[in-house]
Design a binder for this molecule. Sequence first.
Ligand code: 5AD
Ligand code: FES
Length: 370
Amino acid sequence: MISTRHYGAVDLTEGRDLQKPEILKWLRTEDARELEELWQAADAVRKQSVGDAVHLRGLLEISNHCIRRCGYCGLNAGNRELTRYRMSREEILACVATAVEYGYGTVVMQAGEDYGIATDWLAGIVRQIKQETGLAVTLSMGERPIDDLTVWRQAGADRYLLRFETTSPSLYERVHPADERQRPGRIDLLKILRELGYEIGSGVMIGIPGQSLSSLADDILLFRALDLDMIGVGPFIPHPQTMLGSSNSPVAPDADQVPNTEMMVYKVIALARLVCPQANIPSTTALATINTETGRENGLSRGANVVMPNLTPTKYRALYEIYPGKACINETAVQCRYCLEGRIESIRRRVGHGPGSRAGRVKERIVDGS
Ligand code: 5AD
Ligand code: FES
């Protein structure tokens, strides 16, 4: 077990070197005192590696169209009950102007895997944002072809988010039954994105049916092996219009099933911080959805250093229903801004300025000689 003594001193290498048996011990423990030790270790590593600033990433959900049929996601192509939308260029740029006005350092454009988003159309928007603002641009557009990812990178996109969801090939196939598996798979695609010069973000859901504690420990080890720049994790929240959320889901829980609890999410955030000290780690909306009172603050106090205020026009928010009951669907951009700034101040952290890129990477690359 980790002792806080190691973290009270400067030795961060120990967390970096955590091995699977130790990770599993942490995932299994329910002892309040031990957990307090984990939270403190993660918070100390966070403070030492990325400081007290909490970076704000303005989130724009630009389209809820999707060709995929992921077994957990409410946007899946089979969901006929969802009204689909795609934001216009003008709508997107108006929200980007709001991001600048509010002092956010990054805009994140996210969508289902939507080929109605033409490659050049999005490239033009990215180019304009990069020319006219100092914002970092993050894209999260699913498993698009490498040519698209290349064009967007050349247009100036800085970062790309693609969760690998699980390291277990058999679990991946069970929760993506309709996926034709043309490849590269998501993990290989992340490596390609890195080669293209993006900062890469990935992560997993906590508690999808069939996810064992052992495979979740493997996921955490993969965060480190991929040297992720950003790590996003949140609880699985069943959606009734999906395979995994339907009453007769064909995917059974594992004998050593990960619970989709708040506590398990905190453990994974804390462990992610220990294995990837310099990563940017958001306290996610899904976490805020299962604990609207203090979920975000607890995430920030147990390893996270980023929040993602929603900038999506309120009329579209309820339609970006990845899972039901999502936090902030009735709020406006300005409400999310002040809500999050207030929460950050309430735990005596400060709002970060500038793009808030991943710490340490350039230096490490030079030291590595790579
Ligand atoms: N519950 C929680 N998270 C979900 N995601 C998709 N569906 C759900 C759900 N039902 C997450 C996935 C996806 C990200 C955009 O949202 O991890 O990669
Ligand atoms: Fe949107 Fe709190 S972050 S209302």
